[in-house]
Design a protein around this ligand. Structure first.
Ligand SMILES: [Zn+2]
Length: 330
């Protein structure tokens, strides 16, 4: 008897090469318009790659990109993929005030929903920047209508990660109800979680290692994993930017191999959108808070949410205390 393969989530963080956090000290936001843009063609290329393998994916789109290329979001949706939110300006959540985070999140969600003509229920923070210091962001995400988040990397890294966080799909309490968390794939090795679900790790490890690690993750826990890729990772011709040697190594490593590896991965595993995987596992409520935020009611929604969040949240780390995550700072 042939055993059915588990269906995993494929995701794309739709941003350009100059948005990446590794370059945030050498590239200022005011200059973004001066760089030659490549995100549209690279994302279209990913759509074609997925199409050839009949794979549907979740595209976490940066609000800034959506405003600049409104037809891109429409093409993603028209091709049957899920449109989700990667924030607005690629600012690290723990470096933002909650008021700014709220404003940017609502602005990005509204523009994405207007363009995609579908509710946007998934969120991923820039560079996995929901950490022990910024768990308050989950309250805001649930308040404004997101049903799931994919921003918490259960590892210890320099700019992201909550090492004690569950590596499997789980629910996190917020002030207004539970929010589903779908972390990127990790494999437990000698008591630590090894990141194996995409990005620089996919380009660093030999493909056979990634495949073996992901096959193993398909055998433990919920048996599903979240994979992620960026449009700039299949673009070896992108302009080179100045940064420290570590950042340049992480960003430019094996860009020539990424597309070929991705194509192999799409043949070796089953993939679908995060929304479909979570719905299949019973994590999403079809009749839940899936209302769209149009630009007309975005301002009103922002005021209401801020008032509610301030009223409910008397101490900034009440959620951390509730979850006993205080000792997890990486
Ligand atoms: Zn990003």
């Amino acid at each position: 008897m042939v055993k059915e393969r588990p269906i995993n989530a494929m995701s794309v963080d739709v941003e350009d090469y100059f948005h990446v956090s590794a370059f945030r000290h050498s590239v200022v936001r005011q200059d973004w318009d001066k760089f030659p843009a490549r995100v549209e063609r690279n994302t279209d290329r990913l759509i074609r790659i997925f199409d050839r393998s009949s794979v549907k994916a979740t595209f976490f789109v940066l609000g800034w990109v959506a405003e600049k290329y409104p037809n891109l979001v429409r093409r993603i949706a028209d091709n049957g993929h899920e449109v989700a939110c990667h924030g607005y300006s690629h600012a690290l959540v723990y470096e933002q005030k909650n008021t700014t985070f709220l404003q940017e999140t609502i602005r990005a969600k509204a523009v994405l929903e207007e363009q995609a003509q579908q509710p946007v229920i998934g969120y991923r923070a820039a560079s996995w920047s929901v950490t022990s210091e910024s768990l308050w962001a989950l309250d805001i995400l649930h308040e404004v209508g997101f049903q799931y988040d994919s921003s918490i990397f259960p590892v210890r890294r320099d700019i992201y990660g909550i090492p004690g966080s569950p590596r499997d799909i789980h629910q996190r309490p917020t002030n207004s109800g539970p929010l589903t968390e779908f972390p990127p794939a990790t494999l437990p090795v000698f008591g630590r979680n090894l990141p194996v679900g995409g990005g620089g790790y996919f380009r660093l490890y030999p493909y056979a290692f990634t495949r073996a690690a992901l096959r193993r993750t398909n055998q433990i826990g919920s048996c599903r994993f979240m994979f992620y890729v960026h449009p700039w990772e299949i673009d070896p011709e992108q302009p080179r930017l100045a940064a420290g040697i570590k950042s340049r190594f992480r960003h430019y490593l094996n860009l020539t191999r990424c597309e070929q590896r991705l194509c192999r991965l799409l043949g070796d595993f089953q993939f679908d959108t995060a929304r479909n995987v979570l719905a299949e596992l019973g994590y999403l409520s079809i009749h839940g808070k899936t209302s769209m935020v149009t630009s007309y009611d975005a301002a009103a929604r922002e005021q209401q949410t801020m008032a509610r969040t301030n009223r409910l949240r008397k101490t900034p780390d009440s959620l951390q205390a509730r979850e006993g995550l205080r000792g997890d700072r990486g």
